[in-house]
Design a protein around this ligand. Structure first.
Ligand code: UGA
Length: 474
Protein backbone atom coordinates (compact mmCIF):
# COMPACT_ATOMS: atom_id res chain seq x y z
CA UNK A 1 0.00 0.00 0.00
CA UNK A 2 1.01 3.64 -0.39
CA UNK A 3 1.28 5.21 3.04
CA UNK A 4 1.87 8.86 3.97
CA UNK A 5 3.12 9.44 7.51
CA UNK A 6 2.90 13.01 8.82
CA UNK A 7 5.25 13.90 11.67
CA UNK A 8 8.58 12.08 11.98
CA UNK A 9 9.14 12.13 15.73
CA UNK A 10 9.47 8.89 17.72
CA UNK A 11 6.03 7.59 16.84
CA UNK A 12 5.97 8.66 13.18
CA UNK A 13 9.47 7.51 12.33
CA UNK A 14 9.12 4.11 14.01
CA UNK A 15 5.74 3.63 12.28
CA UNK A 16 7.20 4.66 8.89
CA UNK A 17 10.24 2.40 9.11
CA UNK A 18 8.28 -0.61 10.38
CA UNK A 19 5.55 -0.32 7.72
CA UNK A 20 8.24 -0.02 5.03
CA UNK A 21 9.94 -3.09 6.53
CA UNK A 22 6.63 -4.95 6.18
CA UNK A 23 6.44 -4.15 2.46
CA UNK A 24 4.45 -0.92 2.23
CA UNK A 25 5.64 2.15 0.32
CA UNK A 26 5.96 4.94 2.84
CA UNK A 27 6.49 8.67 2.34
CA UNK A 28 7.41 10.33 5.63
CA UNK A 29 6.56 14.03 5.78
CA UNK A 30 8.20 16.41 8.23
CA UNK A 31 7.78 20.19 8.40
CA UNK A 32 10.85 20.75 10.59
CA UNK A 33 13.52 21.43 7.98
CA UNK A 34 16.50 20.57 10.17
CA UNK A 35 14.95 17.21 11.09
CA UNK A 36 14.03 16.48 7.48
CA UNK A 37 17.53 17.35 6.23
CA UNK A 38 19.09 15.15 8.90
CA UNK A 39 16.85 12.24 7.88
CA UNK A 40 17.68 12.76 4.21
CA UNK A 41 21.37 12.70 5.17
CA UNK A 42 20.83 9.32 6.78
CA UNK A 43 20.76 10.53 10.39
CA UNK A 44 18.05 9.57 12.86
CA UNK A 45 17.68 12.58 15.18
CA UNK A 46 17.21 10.51 18.35
CA UNK A 47 18.41 7.16 19.64
CA UNK A 48 16.16 4.13 19.28
CA UNK A 49 17.78 0.69 19.10
CA UNK A 50 17.71 -0.71 15.55
CA UNK A 51 15.93 2.28 14.03
CA UNK A 52 18.92 3.85 12.30
CA UNK A 53 19.70 0.55 10.55
CA UNK A 54 16.05 -0.06 9.62
CA UNK A 55 15.64 3.43 8.15
CA UNK A 56 18.85 3.03 6.11
CA UNK A 57 17.75 -0.40 4.88
CA UNK A 58 14.32 0.78 3.77
CA UNK A 59 15.62 3.96 2.14
CA UNK A 60 17.99 1.82 0.10
CA UNK A 61 15.05 -0.26 -1.18
CA UNK A 62 12.98 2.88 -1.89
CA UNK A 63 10.22 1.61 0.38
CA UNK A 64 10.84 4.64 2.57
CA UNK A 65 11.27 8.20 1.30
CA UNK A 66 11.19 11.52 3.10
CA UNK A 67 9.53 14.67 1.84
CA UNK A 68 8.54 18.19 2.86
CA UNK A 69 5.58 18.14 0.50
CA UNK A 70 2.47 17.02 2.33
CA UNK A 71 0.17 17.47 -0.64
CA UNK A 72 1.74 14.85 -2.85
CA UNK A 73 2.06 12.33 -0.04
CA UNK A 74 -1.58 12.94 0.93
CA UNK A 75 -2.90 12.70 -2.62
CA UNK A 76 -1.17 9.42 -3.45
CA UNK A 77 -1.71 7.59 -0.14
CA UNK A 78 -4.07 4.69 0.48
CA UNK A 79 -3.59 5.38 4.18
CA UNK A 80 -2.53 8.69 5.74
CA UNK A 81 -1.10 8.36 9.24
CA UNK A 82 -0.84 11.47 11.42
CA UNK A 83 1.69 11.30 14.24
CA UNK A 84 2.36 14.93 15.17
CA UNK A 85 3.12 16.14 18.70
CA UNK A 86 0.30 16.99 21.12
CA UNK A 87 2.11 18.16 24.28
CA UNK A 88 2.28 21.87 25.14
CA UNK A 89 5.59 21.36 26.98
CA UNK A 90 3.95 22.38 30.25
CA UNK A 91 2.00 19.33 31.33
CA UNK A 92 -0.96 20.12 29.07
CA UNK A 93 -2.30 19.22 25.63
CA UNK A 94 -2.00 21.32 22.49
CA UNK A 95 -3.99 20.54 19.36
CA UNK A 96 -2.81 23.37 17.08
CA UNK A 97 -0.21 21.19 15.33
CA UNK A 98 -2.80 18.47 14.73
CA UNK A 99 -5.34 21.01 13.42
CA UNK A 100 -2.77 22.56 11.08
CA UNK A 101 -1.73 19.14 9.80
CA UNK A 102 -5.32 17.96 9.23
CA UNK A 103 -6.28 21.13 7.34
CA UNK A 104 -3.18 20.75 5.17
CA UNK A 105 -3.57 17.03 4.44
CA UNK A 106 -7.24 16.03 4.56
CA UNK A 107 -8.46 18.13 1.57
CA UNK A 108 -6.00 16.35 -0.75
CA UNK A 109 -6.70 12.76 0.26
CA UNK A 110 -8.31 10.42 -2.28
CA UNK A 111 -11.99 9.71 -1.63
CA UNK A 112 -11.32 6.07 -0.78
CA UNK A 113 -8.20 6.74 1.34
CA UNK A 114 -8.21 6.26 5.12
CA UNK A 115 -6.94 8.71 7.71
CA UNK A 116 -5.34 7.04 10.77
CA UNK A 117 -4.70 9.31 13.76
CA UNK A 118 -1.81 7.88 15.77
CA UNK A 119 -1.03 10.86 18.04
CA UNK A 120 -2.46 10.73 21.56
CA UNK A 121 -5.14 13.43 21.81
CA UNK A 122 -7.45 14.87 24.48
CA UNK A 123 -10.83 13.10 24.66
CA UNK A 124 -12.71 16.32 23.87
CA UNK A 125 -10.78 16.75 20.64
CA UNK A 126 -11.43 13.13 19.64
CA UNK A 127 -15.16 13.74 20.07
CA UNK A 128 -14.97 16.73 17.72
CA UNK A 129 -13.05 14.86 15.02
CA UNK A 130 -16.00 13.46 12.99
CA UNK A 131 -17.49 16.93 12.52
CA UNK A 132 -14.12 18.57 11.94
CA UNK A 133 -13.05 16.10 9.22
CA UNK A 134 -16.38 16.29 7.42
CA UNK A 135 -16.24 20.09 7.42
CA UNK A 136 -12.64 20.17 6.09
CA UNK A 137 -13.69 17.85 3.26
CA UNK A 138 -16.86 19.79 2.55
CA UNK A 139 -14.97 23.09 2.34
CA UNK A 140 -12.63 21.47 -0.19
CA UNK A 141 -15.67 20.27 -2.19
CA UNK A 142 -14.74 16.64 -1.52
CA UNK A 143 -16.55 13.50 -0.34
CA UNK A 144 -16.19 12.56 3.37
CA UNK A 145 -13.34 10.12 4.07
CA UNK A 146 -12.91 7.15 6.40
CA UNK A 147 -10.96 7.96 9.54
CA UNK A 148 -9.80 5.92 12.53
CA UNK A 149 -7.80 6.39 15.69
CA UNK A 150 -4.92 3.88 15.72
CA UNK A 151 -3.21 4.37 19.11
CA UNK A 152 0.41 3.35 19.62
CA UNK A 153 1.65 1.24 22.52
CA UNK A 154 5.39 1.35 21.88
CA UNK A 155 8.00 2.02 24.55
CA UNK A 156 11.10 4.05 23.81
CA UNK A 157 14.06 1.70 23.76
CA UNK A 158 11.89 -1.21 22.57
CA UNK A 159 9.72 0.61 20.01
CA UNK A 160 10.47 -1.56 16.97
CA UNK A 161 9.74 -4.79 18.77
CA UNK A 162 6.65 -3.32 20.43
CA UNK A 163 5.31 -2.25 17.02
CA UNK A 164 6.20 -5.32 14.97
CA UNK A 165 5.22 -7.72 17.75
CA UNK A 166 2.35 -5.70 19.17
CA UNK A 167 0.17 -7.28 21.86
CA UNK A 168 -2.92 -5.68 20.32
CA UNK A 169 -3.87 -3.39 17.46
CA UNK A 170 -6.79 -1.00 17.98
CA UNK A 171 -8.89 0.77 15.39
CA UNK A 172 -11.21 3.39 16.84
CA UNK A 173 -13.68 4.45 14.19
CA UNK A 174 -14.03 8.22 13.81
CA UNK A 175 -16.01 8.04 10.58
CA UNK A 176 -16.46 5.33 7.98
CA UNK A 177 -18.97 6.64 5.39
CA UNK A 178 -18.56 3.75 2.96
CA UNK A 179 -17.77 1.10 5.57
CA UNK A 180 -14.37 0.23 4.05
CA UNK A 181 -12.03 2.11 6.41
CA UNK A 182 -11.54 -0.73 8.88
CA UNK A 183 -11.08 -3.21 6.02
CA UNK A 184 -8.25 -1.10 4.64
CA UNK A 185 -6.64 -0.72 8.07
CA UNK A 186 -6.78 -4.50 8.47
CA UNK A 187 -4.97 -4.81 5.14
CA UNK A 188 -2.30 -2.35 6.35
CA UNK A 189 -1.70 -4.61 9.38
CA UNK A 190 -2.04 -7.90 7.49
CA UNK A 191 1.47 -8.93 8.64
CA UNK A 192 0.58 -8.58 12.33
CA UNK A 193 -0.43 -11.58 14.43
CA UNK A 194 -1.81 -9.40 17.22
CA UNK A 195 -5.49 -9.42 18.11
CA UNK A 196 -7.29 -6.53 16.38
CA UNK A 197 -9.95 -4.66 18.30
CA UNK A 198 -12.38 -2.36 16.53
CA UNK A 199 -14.29 0.13 18.65
CA UNK A 200 -15.44 3.73 18.69
CA UNK A 201 -12.81 6.49 18.49
CA UNK A 202 -13.44 7.69 22.03
CA UNK A 203 -13.15 4.12 23.37
CA UNK A 204 -9.85 3.68 21.50
CA UNK A 205 -8.55 6.98 22.86
CA UNK A 206 -9.38 5.90 26.40
CA UNK A 207 -7.91 2.44 25.83
CA UNK A 208 -4.61 4.18 25.03
CA UNK A 209 -4.85 6.69 27.86
CA UNK A 210 -6.09 4.06 30.30
CA UNK A 211 -3.12 1.81 29.52
CA UNK A 212 -0.59 4.54 30.33
CA UNK A 213 -2.51 5.71 33.41
CA UNK A 214 -2.63 2.15 34.69
CA UNK A 215 1.11 1.64 34.13
CA UNK A 216 1.81 4.91 35.97
CA UNK A 217 -0.49 3.78 38.79
CA UNK A 218 1.37 0.46 39.06
CA UNK A 219 4.69 2.28 39.42
CA UNK A 220 3.40 4.70 42.05
CA UNK A 221 1.78 1.77 43.85
CA UNK A 222 5.17 0.01 43.90
CA UNK A 223 6.75 3.17 45.26
CA UNK A 224 4.18 3.52 48.03
CA UNK A 225 4.62 -0.16 48.83
CA UNK A 226 8.39 0.43 48.96
CA UNK A 227 7.87 3.22 51.52
CA UNK A 228 5.82 0.82 53.64
CA UNK A 229 8.55 -1.81 53.26
CA UNK A 230 11.14 0.72 54.46
CA UNK A 231 9.03 1.62 57.47
CA UNK A 232 8.51 -2.01 58.50
CA UNK A 233 11.84 -3.52 57.42
CA UNK A 234 10.50 -5.57 54.51
CA UNK A 235 12.37 -5.96 51.20
CA UNK A 236 10.25 -4.74 48.29
CA UNK A 237 11.81 -7.19 45.76
CA UNK A 238 10.74 -10.13 47.91
CA UNK A 239 7.31 -8.62 48.43
CA UNK A 240 6.78 -8.02 44.70
CA UNK A 241 8.06 -11.50 43.87
CA UNK A 242 5.49 -12.87 46.29
CA UNK A 243 2.78 -10.89 44.51
CA UNK A 244 3.97 -11.46 40.94
CA UNK A 245 3.12 -15.17 40.86
CA UNK A 246 -0.53 -14.18 41.07
CA UNK A 247 -1.51 -14.00 37.41
CA UNK A 248 -4.05 -11.29 38.24
CA UNK A 249 -1.19 -9.04 39.38
CA UNK A 250 1.98 -9.89 37.43
CA UNK A 251 5.42 -8.50 38.23
CA UNK A 252 5.96 -5.95 35.48
CA UNK A 253 5.96 -2.21 36.08
CA UNK A 254 6.27 -2.79 39.82
CA UNK A 255 9.91 -1.71 40.09
CA UNK A 256 10.24 0.80 42.90
CA UNK A 257 12.63 3.69 42.33
CA UNK A 258 12.89 7.37 41.48
CA UNK A 259 9.66 7.07 39.52
CA UNK A 260 8.46 7.44 35.97
CA UNK A 261 9.74 10.09 33.56
CA UNK A 262 9.66 10.54 29.80
CA UNK A 263 7.24 12.24 27.47
CA UNK A 264 4.28 9.92 28.01
CA UNK A 265 3.45 8.69 31.50
CA UNK A 266 4.05 11.94 33.48
CA UNK A 267 2.34 14.13 30.89
CA UNK A 268 -0.63 11.88 30.46
CA UNK A 269 -1.20 11.69 34.21
CA UNK A 270 -1.04 15.49 34.66
CA UNK A 271 -3.03 16.20 31.47
CA UNK A 272 -5.76 13.80 32.57
CA UNK A 273 -5.95 15.31 36.04
CA UNK A 274 -6.16 18.80 34.50
CA UNK A 275 -8.84 17.88 31.96
CA UNK A 276 -10.81 15.90 34.54
CA UNK A 277 -10.81 18.90 36.89
CA UNK A 278 -12.11 21.11 34.07
CA UNK A 279 -14.78 18.53 33.28
CA UNK A 280 -15.78 18.44 36.98
CA UNK A 281 -14.66 14.82 37.41
CA UNK A 282 -12.61 14.23 40.56
CA UNK A 283 -9.50 12.08 40.01
CA UNK A 284 -8.02 11.50 43.49
CA UNK A 285 -6.23 8.30 42.45
CA UNK A 286 -4.37 9.91 39.56
CA UNK A 287 -3.54 12.99 41.65
CA UNK A 288 -1.95 10.67 44.19
CA UNK A 289 -0.07 8.80 41.43
CA UNK A 290 1.43 12.12 40.36
CA UNK A 291 2.25 13.22 43.90
CA UNK A 292 3.93 9.93 44.79
CA UNK A 293 5.94 10.06 41.59
CA UNK A 294 7.37 13.46 42.45
CA UNK A 295 7.91 12.56 46.09
CA UNK A 296 10.32 9.85 44.96
CA UNK A 297 12.71 12.46 43.55
CA UNK A 298 12.61 14.49 46.77
CA UNK A 299 13.05 11.37 48.90
CA UNK A 300 16.05 10.32 46.82
CA UNK A 301 17.78 13.64 47.53
CA UNK A 302 16.77 13.52 51.21
CA UNK A 303 18.25 10.07 51.45
CA UNK A 304 21.57 11.09 49.92
CA UNK A 305 21.67 14.01 52.37
CA UNK A 306 20.92 11.84 55.41
CA UNK A 307 23.53 9.29 54.44
CA UNK A 308 26.29 11.87 54.17
CA UNK A 309 25.65 13.44 57.54
CA UNK A 310 22.58 15.66 57.11
CA UNK A 311 23.95 18.40 54.86
CA UNK A 312 24.78 18.62 51.16
CA UNK A 313 26.84 21.79 51.61
CA UNK A 314 30.31 21.36 50.12
CA UNK A 315 29.73 17.66 49.33
CA UNK A 316 30.50 16.02 46.00
CA UNK A 317 27.82 13.73 44.59
CA UNK A 318 28.05 11.54 41.49
CA UNK A 319 24.91 10.83 39.48
CA UNK A 320 24.99 7.76 37.25
CA UNK A 321 22.41 8.04 34.49
CA UNK A 322 20.63 11.11 33.11
CA UNK A 323 18.09 9.77 30.58
CA UNK A 324 14.59 8.91 31.85
CA UNK A 325 15.31 5.23 31.27
CA UNK A 326 18.03 3.11 29.62
CA UNK A 327 18.36 2.61 25.85
CA UNK A 328 17.18 6.09 24.97
CA UNK A 329 18.74 9.56 24.78
CA UNK A 330 15.48 11.18 25.89
CA UNK A 331 15.73 13.64 28.79
CA UNK A 332 12.09 14.71 28.84
CA UNK A 333 10.94 14.78 32.49
CA UNK A 334 14.00 12.72 33.40
CA UNK A 335 14.11 12.29 37.21
CA UNK A 336 17.91 12.79 37.12
CA UNK A 337 17.58 16.42 36.06
CA UNK A 338 15.25 17.31 38.95
CA UNK A 339 17.46 15.39 41.34
CA UNK A 340 20.58 17.22 40.10
CA UNK A 341 18.84 20.61 40.53
CA UNK A 342 17.82 19.74 44.11
CA UNK A 343 21.30 18.51 45.03
CA UNK A 344 22.86 21.67 43.59
CA UNK A 345 20.33 23.86 45.42
CA UNK A 346 21.38 22.12 48.65
CA UNK A 347 25.00 23.21 48.09
CA UNK A 348 26.47 20.01 46.60
CA UNK A 349 28.79 19.73 43.62
CA UNK A 350 27.13 17.31 41.22
CA UNK A 351 29.11 15.29 38.69
CA UNK A 352 27.04 13.27 36.23
CA UNK A 353 27.68 10.64 33.61
CA UNK A 354 25.34 8.94 31.14
CA UNK A 355 26.37 6.50 28.38
CA UNK A 356 24.52 8.67 25.80
CA UNK A 357 26.80 11.46 24.70
CA UNK A 358 23.97 13.63 23.34
CA UNK A 359 22.15 13.36 26.68
CA UNK A 360 25.32 14.45 28.51
CA UNK A 361 25.69 17.52 26.32
CA UNK A 362 22.04 18.57 26.66
CA UNK A 363 21.95 17.94 30.44
CA UNK A 364 24.82 20.35 30.96
CA UNK A 365 22.71 23.02 29.21
CA UNK A 366 19.48 22.12 30.99
CA UNK A 367 20.95 22.12 34.51
CA UNK A 368 23.21 25.10 35.13
CA UNK A 369 26.09 24.16 37.41
CA UNK A 370 25.95 20.44 36.61
CA UNK A 371 29.37 18.96 35.85
CA UNK A 372 29.15 16.34 33.14
CA UNK A 373 32.00 13.91 32.54
CA UNK A 374 32.62 11.22 29.95
CA UNK A 375 33.00 8.08 32.06
CA UNK A 376 31.43 6.54 35.13
CA UNK A 377 34.83 6.23 36.84
CA UNK A 378 35.56 9.89 36.26
CA UNK A 379 32.19 10.77 37.81
CA UNK A 380 32.75 8.78 41.02
CA UNK A 381 36.34 9.93 41.65
CA UNK A 382 36.59 11.37 45.18
CA UNK A 383 32.83 11.69 45.76
CA UNK A 384 30.96 11.65 49.07
CA UNK A 385 28.01 9.75 47.59
CA UNK A 386 26.93 8.00 44.41
CA UNK A 387 23.33 8.13 43.20
CA UNK A 388 22.33 5.61 40.55
CA UNK A 389 19.39 7.15 38.68
CA UNK A 390 19.11 5.21 35.41
CA UNK A 391 19.77 1.47 35.32
CA UNK A 392 21.92 1.42 32.17
CA UNK A 393 23.54 -2.04 31.68
CA UNK A 394 26.93 -0.27 31.74
CA UNK A 395 26.36 0.61 35.41
CA UNK A 396 25.20 -2.86 36.35
CA UNK A 397 28.35 -4.28 34.74
CA UNK A 398 30.78 -1.81 36.35
CA UNK A 399 33.61 -3.26 38.41
CA UNK A 400 32.18 -1.92 41.65
CA UNK A 401 35.36 -2.77 43.59
CA UNK A 402 37.17 -0.23 41.40
CA UNK A 403 34.34 2.23 42.05
CA UNK A 404 34.65 1.58 45.80
CA UNK A 405 38.37 2.36 45.64
CA UNK A 406 37.73 5.60 43.74
CA UNK A 407 35.21 7.25 46.09
CA UNK A 408 36.01 9.32 49.17
CA UNK A 409 32.99 8.12 51.10
CA UNK A 410 31.27 4.82 50.14
CA UNK A 411 27.63 5.97 50.18
CA UNK A 412 25.60 4.42 47.37
CA UNK A 413 21.93 5.28 46.83
CA UNK A 414 20.47 2.97 44.19
CA UNK A 415 17.52 4.92 42.78
CA UNK A 416 16.36 2.00 40.64
CA UNK A 417 16.93 -0.97 42.93
CA UNK A 418 19.12 -2.30 40.14
CA UNK A 419 22.24 -3.47 42.01
CA UNK A 420 22.56 -6.51 44.25
CA UNK A 421 22.54 -5.14 47.82
CA UNK A 422 24.62 -7.97 49.35
CA UNK A 423 27.35 -7.53 46.76
CA UNK A 424 27.50 -3.80 47.36
CA UNK A 425 27.57 -4.16 51.14
CA UNK A 426 30.28 -6.83 50.86
CA UNK A 427 32.39 -4.33 48.91
CA UNK A 428 32.04 -1.89 51.80
CA UNK A 429 29.36 0.38 50.39
CA UNK A 430 26.81 1.97 52.65
CA UNK A 431 23.98 0.92 50.30
CA UNK A 432 20.35 1.94 50.25
CA UNK A 433 17.44 1.78 47.79
CA UNK A 434 13.69 2.35 47.81
CA UNK A 435 12.04 -0.54 49.60
CA UNK A 436 15.39 -2.05 50.56
CA UNK A 437 16.03 -0.01 53.69
CA UNK A 438 15.96 3.57 52.44
CA UNK A 439 17.56 5.60 55.21
CA UNK A 440 15.41 8.74 54.97
CA UNK A 441 12.33 6.49 54.86
CA UNK A 442 13.39 4.84 58.11
CA UNK A 443 14.14 8.20 59.72
CA UNK A 444 10.69 9.45 58.77
CA UNK A 445 9.21 6.73 61.00
CA UNK A 446 11.46 7.71 63.89
CA UNK A 447 13.78 4.72 63.42
CA UNK A 448 17.49 5.37 63.07
CA UNK A 449 18.58 1.75 62.91
CA UNK A 450 17.54 -0.55 60.08
CA UNK A 451 14.55 -2.56 61.21
CA UNK A 452 13.79 -6.19 60.39
CA UNK A 453 16.13 -8.57 58.67
CA UNK A 454 19.09 -7.16 56.77
CA UNK A 455 19.38 -8.03 53.10
CA UNK A 456 22.37 -10.27 53.96
CA UNK A 457 20.01 -12.48 55.95
CA UNK A 458 17.64 -12.81 53.02
CA UNK A 459 19.37 -14.52 50.17
CA UNK A 460 16.90 -14.51 47.30
CA UNK A 461 16.04 -17.88 45.80
CA UNK A 462 16.55 -18.59 42.10
CA UNK A 463 12.79 -18.69 41.59
CA UNK A 464 12.41 -15.26 43.07
CA UNK A 465 15.07 -13.82 40.78
CA UNK A 466 13.46 -15.45 37.77
CA UNK A 467 10.02 -14.19 38.73
CA UNK A 468 10.95 -10.60 39.35
CA UNK A 469 14.37 -10.14 37.76
CA UNK A 470 15.13 -6.71 39.20
CA UNK A 471 18.27 -6.41 37.08
CA UNK A 472 16.38 -6.66 33.83
CA UNK A 473 16.09 -3.51 31.76
CA UNK A 474 12.39 -2.95 30.96
C1 UGA B 1 5.16 4.41 27.76
C2 UGA B 1 4.34 3.11 27.69
O1 UGA B 1 5.04 2.07 28.38
C3 UGA B 1 4.11 2.68 26.22
O2 UGA B 1 3.28 1.52 26.19
C4 UGA B 1 3.42 3.83 25.48
O3 UGA B 1 3.21 3.51 24.11
C5 UGA B 1 4.28 5.07 25.56
O4 UGA B 1 4.49 5.41 26.96
C6 UGA B 1 3.59 6.20 24.85
O5 UGA B 1 2.50 6.60 25.28
O6 UGA B 1 4.07 6.63 23.80
P1 UGA B 1 7.77 5.00 27.60
O7 UGA B 1 7.40 6.35 28.11
O8 UGA B 1 8.66 4.90 26.42
O9 UGA B 1 6.46 4.13 27.22
O10 UGA B 1 8.53 4.25 28.77
P2 UGA B 1 8.17 3.15 29.86
O11 UGA B 1 8.91 1.92 29.57
O12 UGA B 1 6.71 3.05 30.07
O13 UGA B 1 8.81 3.81 31.17
C7 UGA B 1 8.32 5.03 31.70
C8 UGA B 1 9.02 5.36 33.00
O14 UGA B 1 8.61 4.49 34.03
C9 UGA B 1 10.56 5.27 32.95
O15 UGA B 1 11.09 6.41 33.58
C10 UGA B 1 10.87 4.01 33.73
O16 UGA B 1 12.12 4.06 34.36
C11 UGA B 1 9.74 4.03 34.76
N1 UGA B 1 9.43 2.70 35.33
C12 UGA B 1 9.02 1.68 34.53
C13 UGA B 1 9.53 2.51 36.70
O17 UGA B 1 9.89 3.45 37.46
N2 UGA B 1 9.22 1.29 37.23
C14 UGA B 1 8.81 0.25 36.44
O18 UGA B 1 8.53 -0.84 36.99
C15 UGA B 1 8.72 0.44 35.05
Amino acid sequence: MQVGVFGLGYVGLVTSACLAERGHHVIGVEVNEARLDALKDGMVPFYEPGLHEMVARQRATDHLTFSASGREAAATADVVIVAVGTHDGNGGWQTETMLACLSEVVPHMADDAVLAVRSTLPPDFIRQLPRLLRSIREQAGREPIAAVVNPEFTREGAAIRDYLEAERVIFGVIDDPKGRGVERMNALYEWSTAPVLTMSAIDAAFAKLGSNLFLATKISFANELAALCDAYGAQVDQVVAGMAFDSRIGGRFLRAGVGFGGSCLPNQVTMTVKSATLAGVPSPLLSAVDEINHRQRTDFVANVREMIGGSLEGKRVALLGLTFKPLTDDLRDAPALDIARHLLAGGATVVAYDPMESARVRSADLVPGLEVVSSALEAVEGVDAIGLVTEWPEFLNLDWSVVRAAVRNPVLVDGRGALIPDQMTALGFDYSAFGRGLRAGALATGETEPIGQTSAERSPTATVIEAYAPLQVE
